[in-house]
Design a protein around this ligand. Structure first.
Ligand code: NAD
Length: 443
């Protein structure tokens, strides 16, 4: 199939590389000329395990191309995918400006009938708006061929994106057009072999399914963090409680890890966007507001613990931070808990020595050179001479450090662990003052 994908971010690039690998001809269009230039020259603009190799393969076979010229790309298009960003607006609602800009381009440049799949996460009703904008532009030039707009939300996870795309749990398609449904069946057949994962539903249900999935996952995280805070005040250990509740198959062990809050490019923005969409539709989604509030508080927990441990005065202190990305296996620092912690530490007059296996360049891009931030080449170097260590991301390389060496490096053997990587008893035996999340000690 001839597929055109607008937007070469995480979703667009992964989708295009995977679709090209199985034999489709895919052209990626982006307004960011530098990104397109990088991709043409074999440089992958994002960190995603396995993606650079797959992009190279696609380029070498000639099935994967990159351009800023949508008009030429659209000449042979059979299916158009919109995978541009939907950043948060001022009031938290999703800004669909980029999606609608692509719709206008399509209305102006299409010369024949195509199916348009909206992969971006968009509020309920957005696909209708996309269809209306395309129709408006087609009408202006008297073009009367049909353009079908379907919702096809993406569920991939950064860090495991290729696996998620190639072996999806489900493929949601919102469309009531039999012809479009046939097209999606053909497109996704290589990813839909051992059982049928395609779920056809109404456009609006598909749009809401994406938000509902992210909102539920975020809710589980905020729920367990709430219980962790209760545990801390009551002398219980959340890690025991977590296992106790997770063993109930109705609850399960997934997504009930307590920590320093969720971040990333999706959960925070999607929870807020869903609440805002509900509000605009006349419904107050109180649960979602509280999921967000709990998360905001949770992101400040590590700072409060550190502040208390230093008698409320962090001026002149140096804090080592392990992990800057919002989760392991990505360099994405959007809304990462590490950012909240660093910014609070700086406001309190402390300095930061930070290490992350892949997000250092990202961190440099966000914060630039500053006296209060030293970016280190290793976890040990970050800890060297620091007054305390704070762990923000559960990268595998942080799970079993040489504790004797770590104690030597730190000026004080003090660890605030936002991911509960270690056993409190063991850490005490090793001579550390160790503070996790919800581990039965209220500071
Ligand atoms: P991103 O910010 O990484 O990339 C978006 C790309 O779109 C950028 O390269 C930008 O230049 C391009 N763009 C903007 N306007 C354009 C236009 N008019 N024409 C062509 N290109 C344009 O975005 P992302 O993280 O890939 O997310 C894309 C969408 O998918 C969002 O709605 C997001 O919520 C959703 N989503 C993201 C993930 C994820 O893990 N990142 C997972 C599922 C869904």
């Amino acid at each position: 199939m001839n597929v055109i994908i607008f937007g070469v971010g995480y979703v667009g690039l992964v989708t295009s590389a995977c679709l090209a690998q199985v034999g489709n001809r895919v052209t990626c269009v982006d307004i960011d000329a530098t990104r397109i230039d990088d991709l043409r020259n074999g440089r992958c603009p994002i960190f995603e395990p396995g993606l650079p190799e797959l992009l190279r393969e696609g380029t070498q076979t000639g099935r994967l191309q990159f351009t800023t010229d949508s008009a030429i790309a659209l000449e042979k298009a059979e299916l158009v995918m919109i995978a541009v960003g939907t950043p948060p607006d001022e009031d938290g609602s999703a800004d669909v400006r980029h999606v609608l800009a692509v719709a206008r381009t399509l209305g102006r440049q299409l010369r024949h009938s195509v199916t348009v799949a909206v992969k971006s996460t968009v509020p309920v009703g957005s696909c209708d708006r996309v269809a209306a904008v395309i129709r408006e532009e087609l009408d202006k030039r008297g073009a009367n061929f049909p353009v079908e707009v379907a919702s096809n939300p993406e569920f991939l996870k950064e860090g495991a994106a290729l696996k998620d795309f190639n072996k999806p749990d489900r493929i949601v398609v919102g469309s009531d057009s039999p012809q479009a449904q046939r097209q999606f069946r053909t497109l996704y057949a290589p990813f839909n072999r051992n059982r049928d994962r395609l779920m056809f539903m109404s456009v609006r249900s598909a749009e809401l399914t994406k938000y509902a999935a992210n909102a539920l996952l975020a809710t589980r995280i905020s729920f367990i963090n709430e219980i962790a805070n209760i545990a801390e005040h009551m002398g219980a250990d959340i890690e025991e409680v977590r296992q106790g509740i997770g063993s109930d198959p109705r609850i399960g062990h997934h997504f009930i890890y307590p920590g320093c809050g969720y971040g990333g490019s999706c959960f925070p923005k999607d929870v807020r966007a869903l609440a805002a969409a509900a509000r605009n539709g006349g419904y107050r989604a109180g649960l979602l507001a509280e999921v967000e509030n709990v998360n905001q508080r949770q992101k400040r927990t590590m700072f409060h613990k550190l502040a208390e441990l230093f008698g409320g005065d962090l001026r002149g202190r140096t804090i080592a931070i392990w992990g800057l990305a919002f989760k392991p296996e990505t360099d994405d620092m959007r809304e990462a808990p590490s950012r909240e912690l660093m910014e609070q530490l700086w406001r309190a007059g402390a300095r930061v020595r930070a290490y992350d296996p892949v997000a250092m360049a990202q961190c440099r891009r966000i914060y630039g050179e500053r006296e209060s931030l030293v970016l280190c080449d290793s976890a040990e170097e970050a800890a060297d001479g620091a007054d305390a260590l704070a762990i923000c991301t559960e990268w595998r390389c942080f799970w079993a450090p040489d504790f004797a060496e770590l104690k030597q490096c730190l000026r004080r053997p003090l660890i605030v662990d936002g991911r509960n990587l270690f056993q409190p008893d063991y850490m005490r035996d090793q001579g550390f003052s160790y503070h996790g999340i919800g581990r039965g000690e209220s500071l």
